[in-house]
Design a protein around this ligand. Structure first.
Ligand code: ACO
Length: 181
């Protein structure tokens, strides 16, 4: 890692309050309590936390960044048409990245890049996994640059995908293919 004191670990139930708080602080969209419960309990969701071990004791395991994702069947996904299937089509999966965030004071140190790299590493180890995909609001340049740097491909613009305070915003759909998709 570029930052020697930053560690990456799974998210656990002790992270619940902090996870909710950071989501509230940095996303324009409201996530339900059910979502946070599923993340911390690992119910159909995989996640990684970033923590700074150099912080004082009571903060050294506190989330400063996170990524959450879930595994979906490729044939049921919205990018079904982009996957070149072999005969085992029924089984093939994709990892859908739900949320990614780094608290403001820890940005621009490569933490988000490391978090996404963890997801790519994980997905690459799943033999039936064909790739990762995600949505990002069209004006989120820092996030878009990050995904482009990591070799995600923008495959679609989805008009009015997000509804925020009665206003529609477009999304980009980014895909990262693995295992020779
Ligand atoms: N020294 C100098 N610059 C560096 C270093 C370093 N050691 N390491 C990385 N950088 C630069 C990168 O090159 C990049 O530069 P760029 O702005 O020119 O592209 C920049 O720092 C950011 O890259 P990271 O550090 O990897 O990303 P960061 O940890 O800052 O997090 C994120 C990016 C997640 C988008 C953050 O800004 C954030 O939390 N935003 C709010 C929430 C959000 O938008 N999340 C993504 C929505 S999409 C989704 O959730 C599916």
């Amino acid at each position: 890692s570029l930052c020697p004191s930053i560690y990456y670990r799974p998210i656990n139930p002790n992270d619940l309050d902090r996870l909710e708080q950071i989501h509230r602080d940095i996303f324009p969209i409201k996530y339900e309590s059910e979502f946070f419960r599923s993340v911390v309990n690992g119910v159909d969701i995989v996640s990684w936390a970033a923590v700074d071990r150099s912080r004082p004791d009571d903060h050294s395991d506190e989330l400063i960044g996170f990524v959450t994702a879930k595994c979906v069947l490729a044939k049921d996904s919205e990018i079904d048409d982009l996957i070149h299937y072999d005969s085992s089509k029924v089984e093939e999966t994709l990892i859908y990245i739900l949320t990614l965030g780094v608290v403001e004071t820890y940005r621009n140190r490569g933490i988000a890049m490391s978090l996404i790299s963890e997801v790519i590493k994980y997905a690459s180890g799943l033999s039936l996994c064909r790739g990762l995909y995600l949505h990002v609001i069209a004006h989120n340049n820092p996030a878009i640059r990050l995904y482009q740097r990591l070799m995600f491909r923008c495959v679609r613009r989805l008009y009015g995908f997000y509804l925020i305070k009665q206003q529609h915003f477009d999304a980009f759909l980014f895909v990262y293919f693995i295992n020779d998709s």
